[in-house]
Ligand binder design. Structure first.
Ligand code: HEC
Length: 126
């Protein structure tokens, strides 16, 4: 094989592999939609992180919320109650139903993307 064909072979393999990595290889539905983004904004504005952790980062006054939606003992309805009325130490922020839907959408996004959080280093099935 001539130098040129080796070059072309390597170049096309590299290009093909890069294309795969930057498209199907990493796309597992991890792009946030508008509602999830709105929820994330509320999360930031109200500084939920000061009391709650997501992916292990945040305050320790309130429970960790990474998997609150898929948790067998908690779940969406349970989370909504806290957002609607607050609790003993959890403040009542007087959210509108729309704001609550946005926050829940964001928490769902976090939960579905918590691969390594739930499974360690095991790879998700695409
Ligand atoms: C001042 C601290 C504080 C802030 C700020 C706060 N929370 Fe909480 N939150 C708590 C505490 C503490 C609890 C546990 C119930 C209790 O003791 O009141 C809780 C419970 C919850 C729960 C139920 C989860 C469970 O496992 O019990 C959800 C969902 C939740 N908070 C979401 C939020 C969101 C979203 C925000 C931001 C909009 C927020 N919290 C801001 C303190 C806080």
């Amino acid at each position: 094989m001539g130098k040129l064909s080796v070059f072309i072979l390597l170049f096309t393999s590299y290009a093909a592999y890069s294309t795969w990595v930057y498209t199907n290889g990493t796309d597992r539905g991890t792009v946030m939609n508008a509602q999830q983004q709105a929820g994330k904004k509320i999360w930031q504005q109200y500084n939920c992180t000061s009391c709650h952790q997501i992916f292990g980062l945040g305050g320790y006054l309130g429970p960790e919320l990474t998997t609150v939606i898929s948790d067998k003992n908690r779940g969406e309805t349970y989370a909504r109650v806290f957002l609607q009325a607050g609790a003993v130490r959890m403040p009542n922020f007087h959210f509108t139903p729309e704001q609550i839907n946005d926050i829940i959408a964001y928490l769902k996004y976090v939960d579905t993307n918590a691969f390594s959080y739930k499974h360690g280093n095991e790879q998700p099935t695409p």
